[in-house]
Design a protein around this ligand. Structure first.
Ligand code: ADP
Length: 783
């Protein structure tokens, strides 16, 4: 485990922590396996390739199918063309041959010729017949006939249009030999730039056709036939029509081929189409011809003398259109494929570009650029993906901002906590040093009653401060832990304010502030609250107002109803709150600028406590200040409730005043704080209060003030409470109710006070409400 971690520099700082971690939580470095080559090809090319291959396959199938189709069509066309050329030429040859033969045959039927030969065979021919026959022969010299000879049956030329021929022995001539039995079309010959052919026919006895007197040999100019036969029209460059016949192992061409004028005969195997035609078969062949060149050949028998006709073309030329078609198709295929590939590439880029942009954006985010956004270019799935991606980035950005804020808040809280601890030390040290001084004073005071009393009061005040401090701290802790227990019942807001004012009275007086109250005395405002807590809220605000206002300032408390809300406003003319501080004023441990004149220290808990308590009561609190030195205003709003009917409530001082039960009360106590606060409370209830701090003064003031109710501390300096009571009873205050207020509240103490003339005994701290009720309903006087 530690091996892999140790190799990972980023993991080093947390090495110790990781040692204890279970093995499963260890982060193994993820080696990225090398990607195989095909994964490294960009997607755009893969898609293009995919489309390209598909396209290539389709195009190939198309080209091949089309090629085969057109090849067949064209082959058929070529074949049919050759066959039809062959047929027409064959018909033409046939017709010419028949015509020429017929003409020769007709001429043999002439009587003068027959007679002439008959006479020759039987001795001497008559001159008449000879001349007649000669004239007949001469008359035969009509195109295409170029020479006519008459041979007797022994093979001697007896008459001819060409005198040189007369007397020639032609027994060896094929035309003579064949002509003895039937009309014979001899092999064409080349003669003086023409093609000539001898047609021979037997001259028979009229009555006995089997008797042959001789042979008529007609030399024809067949150049026209040769020309017509070998007409290249429709046969292209290499095409040819060849007339031939078989002669043993050879095929003999009647006319030399168009492109090989020297060749007149070839081996049988070298001209298979002509061979087949000569043998009387119609054929179409793709074979090498006598030159060894592949040809397409259509063979047709002429039906005469073993003649066959072949019309042929070099395969290359004949099938050239097919080649052209295939070439064209391949070209079209390539163009289609190229276009397809371009289209595929463009299309693929439509897919891959957003992906690439997303990938790049993701990388930028990884590098910490959270401002990055992907352009949204379409409304399709990619558009949605990009939009979602952007939303994700925004969400990350927001979370980061929130986290940064939270971190900042944590740092602030931490800083405030440190400040708080420092302040707490300071705040604790103040009362502690005062207490320590008091204790020291006490220990050296001896019988100095004034000194011990001062020490005691200091200790009392400072311990009070300390316990308030601790109470506040505990309250905050309790609220934070959700442990605070509110005992809610209907509370008169004005009453709570008055109590708070009384609680703060000593401090208020000490700072010589002017406090004005604007309480709605006609309409009582009730809220459902824990009275102690509500008082605590107002006291806190008031104490702050006192603290943060220079001596002799003006404070104001306003309470009114707005709709269903009770509004309590505590304002002062003090140091004010800076705009920077204002938003944080209710935060725990938040404290104002130290450089400002702070009358009294604090812990930055009070306002936080206020806010929490207000909120626990379903209310709100709001602070405002126009700036430094311009005072502050705190506004508390709480939901009101209607005036309860069934509940018996403590009456408000205003109400009590209206009862007319106002008393003149003399309050005697050596503790100034107690005297001042109690006197205030009582006077707020409408009583007239006089005060004295020791027994002698008490007796003197009693005479002057003539109280109808006396509150007397027992532990007074000089004359104690018992003595003062006794003297008062004796000195004109026999029936006036006197209440003992004492730190001693044992049964013995009570008896002793009663004996001294006290009517009632209250233990310190005094339950003010009980005392107030007693003052109003004193049964002794019955007033
Ligand atoms: P503390 O008074 O103990 O410092 P608080 O929570 O009561 O704590 O108040 C927090 C801070 O708000 C005070 O330190 C002070 O700077 C400011 N503040 C509160 N009330 C007032 C006021 N009435 N005028 C000016 N500043 C005030």
């Amino acid at each position: 485990m530690s091996d892999s971690i140790a190799n990972h520099p980023a993991a080093e700082p947390s090495l110790a922590a990781l040692d204890d971690a279970p093995a499963a939580t260890v982060l193994e470095p993820h080696p990225i396996p090398p990607r195989p080559w095909h994964r490294r090809i960009p997607l755009v090319f893969k898609l293009t390739l995919l489309v390209g291959v598909t396209l290539a396959f389709l195009v190939a199938v198309m080209v091949v199918a089309n090629g085969i189709f057109w090849q067949n069509v064209l082959r058929k066309t070529v074949d049919n063309h050759l066959i039809s050329v062959a047929s027409s030429r064959r018909d033409m040859v046939k017709a010419q041959v028949v015509q020429l033969r017929q003409r020769s045959e007709l001429n043999t039927d002439r009587g003068e010729l027959r007679g002439f030969l008959y006479e020759l065979a039987n001795g001497e021919a008559s001159r008449e017949n000879r001349e007649g026959s000669q004239q007949t022969l001469d008359r035969m010299l009509v195109k295409p006939v170029i020479g006519v000879s008459l041979a007797d049956s022994s093979g001697r030329v007896v008459l001819s249009t060409s005198p040189a021929m007369v007397g020639r022995d032609v027994t060896s001539y094929a035309s003579f030999k064949a002509g003895l039995s039937d009309t014979y079309f001899g092999m064409p010959q080349r003669d003086k730039g023409r093609y000539v052919a001898m047609i021979s026919a037997p001259v028979r006895a009229r009555t006995a056709p089997h008797r042959v007197y001789g042979v008529l040999l007609v030399m024809n100019d067949i150049s026209e036939l040769a020309k017509a036969l070998r007409d290249p029209t429709g046969l292209g460059e290499t095409g040819d029509a060849i007339l031939g016949l078989r002669e043993g192992p050879q095929i003999r061409f009647l006319f030399p081929p168009r492109n090989s004028p020297k060749v007149s005969a070839v081996p049988v195997d070298a001209a298979p189409a002509l061979k087949a035609a000569a043998e009387g078969r119609e054929v179409l062949m793709k074979v090498p011809d006598y030159r060894g060149v592949p040809v397409v050949a259509a063979g047709q028998p002429i039906g005469y003398g073993g003649w066959g006709l072949v019309v042929k073309m070099d395969a290359k030329e004949a099938y050239l259109p097919i080649l052209r078609v295939v070439q064209l198709e391949v070209l079209a295929g390539i163009v289609i494929m190229a276009m397809g590939l371009v289209a595929a590439y463009v299309l693929a880029r439509r897919f891959t570009r957003p992906l690439r942009e997303l990938t790049q954006a993701a990388s930028r985010i990884t590098e910490g650029d959270y401002e990055t956004a992907v352009p949204i270019k379409s409304t399709d799935e990619f558009g949605t993906l990009s939009a979602n991606f952007n939303e994700m980035t925004t969400a990350i950005r927001t979370r980061r901002a929130e986290r940064d804020q939270a971190e900042e808040a944590l740092r602030n809280a931490d800083r405030r906590k440190d400040e708080f601890l420092a302040m707490l030390g300071h705040e604790l040290r103040n009362p502690l040093s005062a207490i320590a001084n008091a204790v020291r004073l006490w220990s050296v005071a001896g019988d100095d009653h004034g000194a011990t009393e001062l020490a005691r009061s200091v200790i009392e005040r400072q311990t009070g401060n300390l316990s308030r401090l601790v109470d506040d701290l505990l309250d905050v802790a309790r609220i934070t832990a959700g442990k605070i227990d509110l005992r809610k019942h209907p509370v008169d807001v004005s009453e709570a304010i008055l109590r708070a004012v009384e609680a703060a009275r000593p401090f208020l007086d000490e700072r010589r502030h002017e406090l004005s109250l604007a309480l709605d005395s006609d309409a009582r405002i009730f809220v459902n609250a824990d009275p102690t807590r509500l008082e605590q809220i107002i006291t806190n605000l008031l104490t702050n107002a006192i603290k943060y206002t220079r001596k002799g300032g003006e404070l104001h408390i306003d309470a009114r109803q707005e709709g269903h809300e009770a509004v309590i406003i505590v304002s002062d003319t003090g140091i004010g709150i800076t705009p920077r501080m204002l938003p944080h004023i209710f935060e725990l441990f938040a404290q104002g600028d130290r450089s400002l004149d702070r009358a009294t220290g604090g812990l930055g808990i009070g306002l936080n406590l206020c806010r929490q308590l207000v909120e626990l009561h379903g209310g709100t609190i709001f602070a405002s200040s126009e700036g430094v030195g311009r005072g502050s205003t705190f506004t508390v709003r709480m939901p009101t409730i209607s005036v309860p009917e069934s509940t018996v409530l403590p009456q408000s001082p205003a109400h009590r005043e209206s009862t007319g039960r106002q008393r003149r009360i003399l309050l005697v106590d050596d503790n100034q704080d107690t005297v001042v606060s109690l006197a205030r409370l009582l006077s707020l209830r409408g009583h007239e209060v006089a005060t004295a701090f020791d027994g002698v003064a008490a007796l003197k003031i009693a005479q002057e003030f003539q109280p109808d109710f006396l509150l007397l501390d027992i532990g007074l300096p000089g004359l104690d409470g018992y003595e003062v009571a006794r003297r008062l009873r004796a000195g004109g205050f026999a029936r006036t109710p006197i209440v003992a207020i004492s730190g001693y509240a044992q049964e013995g103490d009570r008896i002793r006070s009663r004996e001294a003339g006290f009517n009632y005994h209250f233990a310190k701290p005094v339950d003010f409400e009980a005392l107030a009720d007693l003052i109003l309903e004193d049964p002794i006087t019955g007033d």
